[in-house]
Design a protein around this ligand. Structure first.
Ligand code: URA
Length: 444
């Protein structure tokens, strides 16, 4: 067996065996197969897709590249959520401590920014000192001690995803259903949860823009979960405009802190509560999602979720004085407002273009080795449906690079659309999906 034979078989649309997929994953993790060959394999997979069995073998090989965590000693059902990737999606930072404050263990393993979409690890690392690289034993001990831990893939747990994820980001192979499924599910199965809720995004800022493709992704994620005996359900949610107002690592962390203090944007609160209610339902601590929604609202309002976040940050080495006083965080060199040149209503804020602009001004990586400017990002001053007049601020840009204001103005002109009227109110939560199919949210 050789890597080149396997790559050409995939390129030609031939179904690969378990041994072939395992050979590639093991060879890559042990550095015997170089980046360029795996990049070619990823591109072949991007175009040819994978059967259900191949997706299962890839997920399994990625899990087997490291150790799997066992939380059967906890006496409670550990649950997690994962998003398929969006813009302004800071939900995990609020959700993990919120659900943990309800007594449900949340061992969460996340990723970094991918393409135009942000990553939970980068947002957490915007807090000085915050360690996302815990050892397996630190991860387990922290779950036993405080009921929540937020980490990245490590040398011990799914090292294959750590390498492949970064390579996909710089080889144009992110938006592939089998690659997304194997990446997400390998992490979630290895981290030892017993149930998982997925936030499957659809729309302009999602990796899959059509509802049909997003539904196909949700179904494949759920079927792979089922194959590994992991109870998996999903909410399909709109990602046409960014979630909340902030896009960019520290700006999003700050908005998460505000949300934990009860001052969050409506859409961020709605989605956090919905995903959290489903997690409580999966953990069997509420009889239905409506009870879960009420319980979580109380925990948010009482400050219990915020206190849990402080404990989490402290436990993972982060500087809690900046969580308590976010205004003391260092500022970017430039702070530039883009003003409206028209009267009317905001009819669209293109999430993909916002994500790309945030990346360009320093909030994301163009290649694996790029450093991130945690202070860089965008604050939307208006969202879909808001009325604007000439001269009103549309966006605030925070950055430290030298970038021409004209080029920024031109990019903003392309991402915000202002019309005479706004009538299209699309719901944020579009449907609920489990292994029986698609239903309305909230489900009974
Ligand atoms: N999140 C992941 O962990 N992997 C993907 O491929 C996309 C979103």
């Amino acid at each position: 067996m050789s890597a080149i034979q396997i790559i050409t078989r995939k390129r030609d649309g031939i179904e690969l065996s378990e041994q072939e997929i395992k050979f590639l994953v093991e060879g890559y993790v042990s550095d015997e197969i170089p980046d360029y060959q795996i990049a070619a394999f990823l591109m072949a997979t991007y175009f040819q897709g994978m059967s259900f069995d191949e997706t299962y073998f890839l997920t399994k090989a990625m899990i087997d590249s490291g150790s799997a965590v066992d939380f059967s000693n906890l006496g409670a059902i550990p649950v997690d959520k994962h998003s398929t990737g969006g813009v302004g999606d800071k939900i995990s930072l609020i959700l993990a401590p919120l659900v943990a404050s309800a007594g449900v263990p949340v061992p969460m393993m996340s990723g970094r920014g991918l393409g135009h979409s942000g990553g939970t690890l980068d947002k957490l690392e915007a807090i000085p000192g915050f360690r996302t690289r815990l050892s397996l034993s630190e991860f387990k001990t922290q779950i036993e001690k405080i009921g929540v831990a937020m980490i990245g893939q490590t040398q011990e747990i799914v090292p294959a995803d750590q390498k492949i994820y970064a390579l996909r980001d710089s080889s144009g192979t992110v938006a592939s259903i089998p690659l997304v499924v194997a990446s997400i599910m390998s992490k979630k199965i290895a981290e030892g949860v017993k149930a998982l809720v997925l936030d499957v995004k659809t729309g302009k800022g999602a990796f899959f823009t059509s509802k049909e493709k997003s539904l196909a992704l949700a179904k494949r994620l759920i079927a792979i979960g089922d194959k590994f005996d992991l109870e998996t359900t999903a909410l399909m949610t709109a990602m046409d405009q960014p979630l909340g107002y902030a896009v960019g690592n520290w700006l999003e962390t700050k908005e998460s802190i505000e949300t934990l203090k009860g001052e969050g944007p409506e859409d961020v609160v709605e989605l956090t509560l919905a995903l959290g209610a489903e997690m409580l339902y999966q953990a069997r601590i509420v009889e239905d999602v409506s009870t879960g929604l009420r319980k979580l609202k109380e925990l948010l309002d009482s400050g219990a979720a915020y206190n849990k976040f402080l404990t989490l940050v402290q436990e993972q080495g982060g500087d809690i004085s900046l969580v308590e006083n976010p205004e003391k965080y260092p500022k970017s060199r430039f702070h530039h407002f883009i003003l409206s040149q028209k009267n009317g209503f905001i009819t669209s804020i293109d999430a993909l273009k916002v994500g790309l602009l945030a990346m360009e001004i320093g909030a994301g990586r163009k290649k694996i080795s790029d450093p991130i400017d945690y202070t860089a990002g965008i604050i939307l001053r208006k969202k879909n449906g808001d009325q604007v007049n000439v001269g009103d601020p549309l966006l605030e840009l925070h950055y430290s690079k030298a970038i021409s204001k004209d080029s920024l103005q031109q990019q903003v002109d392309e991402l915000v659309t202002i019309g005479e009227d706004y009538s299209e109110e699309t719901p944020l939560i579009l449907s609920y999906i489990n292994k029986k199919g698609q239903q309305r949210w909230p489900h009974k």
